[in-house]
Design a protein around this ligand. Structure first.
Ligand SMILES: O=C(O)[C@H](O)[C@@H](O)[C@H](O)[C@H](O)COP(=O)(O)O
Length: 268
């Protein structure tokens, strides 16, 4: 099963972060009530971190049983552990250090000072190690998704680049063409740093729900292109969807170039 994108437009990035945080808390709570645990894939970028910061400030924070939440990452900058530019570091600062997570359920992508060493080849090995970690979690949890190679993600968060990249899948680079592996090393990324690790489109598409977060005028063209049937190699955001739900959570500026038939009322 796959889902058509649903677009929600908020006044600005602040409202977007607050509403998305409330939506995430509700979805996690529902999953935990139904199955005892929940699984979320985090993203880097300003909007993903604004969501986490909004959740840290929200009363909804206390409704979540943080010890029964699995956290994964959609992509990572291949930098040393604790580097201020790592998505993991930024997520810790925005929320994770302030809640009672089970460390065994937190799965940052490998760092460049880990056992695989640094440099482009090490990123490939580290990516394979993360794929193995996903497969191990999937096997432990039951049937899993994507042929049992990834656990069932309840929500997978993504930012949107002005060039339509999602996670670290950039237009035309080999990573966006990957159809077999679930995690790959990314080389020569146009956004620094050039070496990264990313989930692939098949892994992203195995999630129950995929939410894209985008605010600002510089995202308007990318959102319009991706939602108007562009090809996923040229516009990676066009190729992401969830099995049950695909949400595009935008602010007015990011939605400003969408065709009228895609535009819902503001504030949803
Ligand atoms: O490592 C990264 O840079 C991010 O994972 C990247 O994919 C980000 O999510 C987008 O570029 C959107 O970023 P903003 O939300 O800051 O616009």
């Amino acid at each position: 099963m796959t889902s058509d994108p649903q677009v929600f437009v908020h006044h600005d990035g602040v409202e977007l972060a607050v509403k998305a945080a409330a939506r995430l808390a509700a979805t996690v709570l529902e999953a935990q009530s139904e199955r005892g645990h929940a699984s979320v894939v985090l993203t880097g970028g300003r909007n993903g971190n604004a969501l986490l910061a909004a959740l840290a400030e929200s009363p909804a924070r206390d409704t979540i049983d943080w010890s029964r939440l699995d956290l994964w990452w959609g992509d990572e900058r291949f930098l040393p552990d604790g580097d201020p530019d790592r998505n993991h570091t930024l997520a810790r600062q925005a929320l994770l250090d302030a809640v009672d997570l089970d460390p065994a359920r937190v799965h940052p992508m490998p760092a460049s000072d880990g056992p695989w060493g640094e440099g482009p080849e090490a990123a490939d090995t580290a990516a394979a190690a993360y794929a193995a970690e996903l497969a191990k979690a999937a096997a432990a949890a039951g049937p899993g998704a994507h042929d049992g190679r990834v656990p069932e993600f309840d929500v997978l968060l993504l930012g949107l680049g002005p060039d339509t990249h999602v996670a670290s899948l950039f237009p035309e680079l080999p990573a966006v063409r990957e159809t077999e592996r679930t995690v790959v090393g990314v080389h020569g990324a146009p956004k620094p740093p050039p070496t990264r690790i990313s989930l692939t489109l098949p892994a992203i598409r195995s999630a129950r729900e995929v939410w894209l977060l985008a605010a600002g005028e510089d995202k308007a063209q990318a959102a319009a292109l991706a939602l108007s049937g562009a090809g996923e190699v040229q516009a990676p955001a066009a190729g992401v969807y969830g099995q049950r739900r695909t949400l595009w959570l935008l602010d007015l500026a990011a939605a400003s170039r969408l065709p009228g038939d895609l535009l819902p009322p503001v504030g949803g």
